[in-house]
Write a protein that binds this ligand. Structure first.
Ligand SMILES: *Cc1c(COP(=O)(O)O)cnc(C)c1O
Length: 427
């Protein structure tokens, strides 16, 4: 490993691990994280002015690319008029209307500042609506870092839930039950065992935090049916997939209607903004109308709402998602062709403009299979791409994102770099 640059040492002295979110520390790939000075379109520039083709997109929000002129313009204009008031604004109304038009299951929307808050609040609401306390999540899905959602499956799935982080009491983890993604039977078993106790099932409709894993055709409709039969709510965590895989999110792509939906990432156009919404009868349990307390000093912050609204408006033509699909398909086909001609074993999972290459494995349709991928090969891939000035998510179980700023020649650049490395890589 090369000597740590001064800036990283300085960071570690005053910030735990030098970062404000752990995956930024490159623990999975080794080395020292890039400190980013600026971004433009599909590129980021590090503190030394080196330019990298970016497929991280700030972990999803930047579907328009970095520093999109329209987003910059509205943020500047809003900043001149005041950055926060702690009072309702017209912009929030416009955003709630735009979201309802895009995602019909969201009759009413409450804005918060992070995806973590959105899922945490949606679950509180589901518990109040049903009068029940247990929730079910799927092994491999990530829903932010609130206590009840940092839970993993113990040895006996559906019987033993364990805290995934120090500091989460066992008694909290007990309220969360763990099912297997793409396995409705595991869900049925939990419902049978915990009759009339489950408030909600929360799921990433397309898994994005175990790398990209697609839902099997019957999985999401099955969730709808099972939750309805058992009087529980279905919560779609569309923090990644909302406005990413389709204007109406994964629920429009797969034609499934959840009771509640969490949005984030793209919703704020790169500023801290998220939200949760659903049917009025559920949403009206929130204070000040109903008894479920939920609040935020900077919730619906005008800068973030302006950026989000501008972003969503720019996405509101079907041609946008056709373009993202075409770009994604081009990259996927290119990668498959390279793999077919190399001795490298790998598979690629993609939905629209989000994708993951899993090494050392032929097929990944469950998180368990993802965990079997060759992490060392990923580390080599990551650093080989970085050497060629291509910046990828620095961990094997993440999605890489294509933005509207990525040109055909950007994608060709990636394919050339990948081809070059794959030829030298002996499986
Ligand atoms: C990123 C993410 C979250 C958490 O959002 P934050 O804004 O990081 O708190 C929740 N759910 C999913 C699916 C995510 O990808």
């Amino acid at each position: 490993m090369t000597a740590k640059p001064k800036i990283f040492l300085r960071a570690t002295r005053r910030i735990p691990g030098g970062v404000n979110s752990p995956v930024r520390a490159w623990k999975s790939v080794g080395g020292v994280p890039l400190f980013i000075a600026r971004g433009r379109g599909s590129y980021v520039f590090d503190a030394n002015g080196k330019r990298y083709l970016d497929f991280v997109a700030s972990w999803g929000p930047l579907i328009l690319g970095h520093a999109h002129p329209k987003v910059v313009q509205v943020v500047q204009r809003q900043a001149r008029q005041g950055v926060t008031f702690g009072a309702p604004t017209m912009l929030e109304v416009e955003l709630a209307e735009a979201v309802a038009a895009a995602v019909p299951s969201i009759e009413k929307l409450r804005l918060v500042s992070s995806g973590t808050e959105a899922t945490m609040s949606a679950i509180r609401l589901a518990r109040a609506f049903t009068g029940r306390s247990k929730i079910i999540k799927f092994d491999g899905c990530y829903h932010g870092h609130s206590d009840g959602l940092l839970v993993k499956a113990g040895s006996g799935i559906a019987t033993l839930s364990l805290p995934e982080s120090a500091g989460v009491p066992r008694s909290f983890a007990c309220e969360t039950l763990i099912a297997k993604y793409n396995d409705s039977q595991s869900l049925q078993k939990i419902f049978a065992r915990y009759k009339n106790k489950v408030a909600a099932v929360i799921v990433e409709p397309i898994c994005g935090n175990m790398g990209v894993i697609k839902p099997e055709p019957d999985f999401l409709p099955g969730l709808c049916q099972i939750t309805r039969e058992n009087g529980a709510l279905l919560i779609f965590d569309e923090v990644i997939t909302g406005f990413r895989v389709a204007y109406g999110g994964a629920q429009s792509l797969y034609q499934v209607r959840p009771d509640l939906t969490c949005l984030g990432k793209i919703l704020g156009g790169g500023l801290p903004l998220a939200g949760f919404g659903g049917r009025s009868e559920i949403m009206d349990l929130l204070a000040p109308v109903g008894p479920v307390y939920q609040a935020g000093t900077l919730s619906g912050n005008p800068l973030a709402v302006a950026a989000g609204l501008a972003t969503i408006k720019l996405l509101s033509r079907p041609a946008i998602y056709e373009k993202l699909e075409a770009q994604g398909a081009y990259l996927e086909e290119g990668i498959r062709e390279i793999l077919a001609h190399s001795r490298l074993e790998a598979t690629i999972n993609r939905v629209g403009s989000m994708m993951t290459i899993f090494f050392g494995i032929q097929r990944v349709s469950h998180p368990d299979e993802a965990r079997n991928c060759d992490r060392n090969k990923f580390v080599k891939f990551f650093h080989a791409m970085l050497d060629r000035r291509i910046y990828l998510p620095p961990a094997p179980f993440e999605a890489m994102f294509i933005s509207l700023a990525h040109s055909k020649s950007d994608l060709v650049k990636f394919l050339k770099a990948f081809d070059h490395w794959a030829r030298r890589s002996n499986g």
